[in-house]
Design a protein around this ligand. Structure first.
Ligand code: DX5
Ligand code: ZN
Length: 218
């Protein structure tokens, strides 16, 4: 069974409490927190995502799935550790070298939080292989990070499939998460390719029936 992580990126700021309540009732498995710094990507969602996270902490026990699209990975990890999320995912492309990747991994692990590493659509999937013994999940971006509501990039399916086979053949028990342009049409292909956690933002948030939308993805 796949799990669904609902992104709050396109949720209405003045309805955040109601949205969190409604997605919980609708059966989301995680709340996806899209942190953007205005540097790694153009948009800056730092303040809004801080608000969403604090609000979620106050009203639900749903696990927070933090996706850092930031340049200064270390400092953002430190600030998000404080809210005790379920997982923190950072981008491989934001790190200067292997040493920096490993340092970020250790920082998250020392705090008992699950570790995710993410790659953009154009980054070859082989680049994450060396980190598989140390992470809990790989987030394969299926759109360019930066905004919600974009069209799914079909070329990413091959990367999901390759990673799924490589992880299986080498005995790595990791989650494969996908993010961007996931809806009731694209979900079938990503699941067949091996993804087991689907992030969806606009498809769920813009629907009139969250429960139906989540069920259709599962
Ligand atoms: C994109 C973000 C997303 C994304 C999901 O940079 O990481 O989580 O906005 O939204 P949809 O489902 O609208 O593509
Ligand atoms: Zn995301």
């Amino acid at each position: 069974m796949v799990e669904i992580s609902t992104s709050l990126l396109n949720a209405k700021k003045d309805q955040i409490i109601k949205t969190i309540y409604d997605i919980e009732v609708a059966g989301t498995d995680y709340i996806h927190i899209d942190v953007m710094d205005g540097k790694f990507v153009e948009k800056d969602t730092t303040e809004f995502m801080r608000e969403c996270s604090e609000c979620a902490k106050n009203i639900t026990n749903l696990p927070l799935d933090v996706h850092l699209m930031v340049k200064d990975v270390e400092n953002y990890i430190k600030s998000y550790l404080a809210i005790e999320p379920h997982s923190i995912t950072f981008h491989l492309e934001a790190c200067k070298n292997n040493k920096e990747v490993m340092k970020n991994i250790s920082l998250i692990r020392e705090n008992g939080v699950k570790i995710g590493i993410s790659i953009k659509p154009k980054t070859p999937v082989e680049q994450v292989y060396e980190y598989l013994p140390y992470v809990h999940k790989v987030l394969i971006m299926t759109v360019e990070p930066g905004k919600g509501g974009q069209k799914f990039i079909p070329d990413t399916l091959e990367k999901i499939n390759k990673l799924n086979i490589f992880a299986y053949e080498n005995g790595y028990d990791i989650d494969i998460q996908v993010d961007g342009g996931i809806d009731n049409n694209t979900c079938e292909n990503v699941k067949n390719a091996g993804a087991n956690i689907l992030v969806a933002g606009t498809y769920i948030i813009n629907s009139t029936d969250y429960k139906k939308a989540i069920l259709s993805l599962k």
